[in-house]
Design a protein around this ligand. Structure first.
Ligand code: ATP
Ligand code: MG
Length: 139
């Protein structure tokens, strides 16, 4: 089975954390690792380093380090794609149009504060899982 890294971002922690976790399990993902953490600015910069040249990078780092996030390793057949399908597109306005049942359509305030993260491919998943959880076994 495949693993992916999922994050419940700071904007969703107070109101939606439990609902999101329930729905993750309800869709047949196994939560293999789980850790609540406040990312430092340095960790948030490293976590999103692929975006360091983007105009929204500083805002993204501020947002991700403003409070607790829930870091999760999700395991399932096709986990990377399945979790991204459950999140929906980054922009909640687009999500509401195209996929109203997704987490971002339901919970995200805007394209920055969009409630959840998911690795975009298997290589990123492995890399980010190692970054967040260290060299743990997820077999
Ligand atoms: P994520 O990587 O968080 O799972 P994603 O892969 O759907 O989301 P990316 O393009 O990788 O989207 O963007 C990473 C994150 O940066 C987004 O989830 C969002 O929080 C923020 N972001 C993306 N585009 C914008 C934008 N135009 N303005 C502000 N913030 C943005
Ligand atoms: Mg991404």
């Amino acid at each position: 089975k495949q693993h992916t890294l999922a994050v419940i971002k700071p904007d969703a922690m107070e109101e939606h954390r439990d609902t999101i976790l329930e729905e993750i399990r309800g869709r047949g993902f196994t939560v293999t690792q789980l850790k609540e953490t406040v990312l430092s600015r340095e960790m948030a910069e490293e976590f999103y380093r692929e975006h360091r040249e983007k105009p929204f990078f500083d805002q993204l780092v501020d947002f991700m380090s403003r409070g607790p996030s829930l870091m999760l390793v999700l395991t399932k057949e096709n986990a990377v794609e399945q979790w991204r399908a459950m999140m929906g597109p980054a922009d909640p306005e687009e999500a509401k149009e195209t996929s109203p049942n997704t987490l971002r359509a339901r919970f995200a305030a805007d394209i920055l504060h969009n409630s959840v993260h998911g690795s975009s491919n298997e290589q990123h998943a492995e890399e980010k899982i190692r970054f967040v959880f260290g060299d743990i076994s997820t077999d």
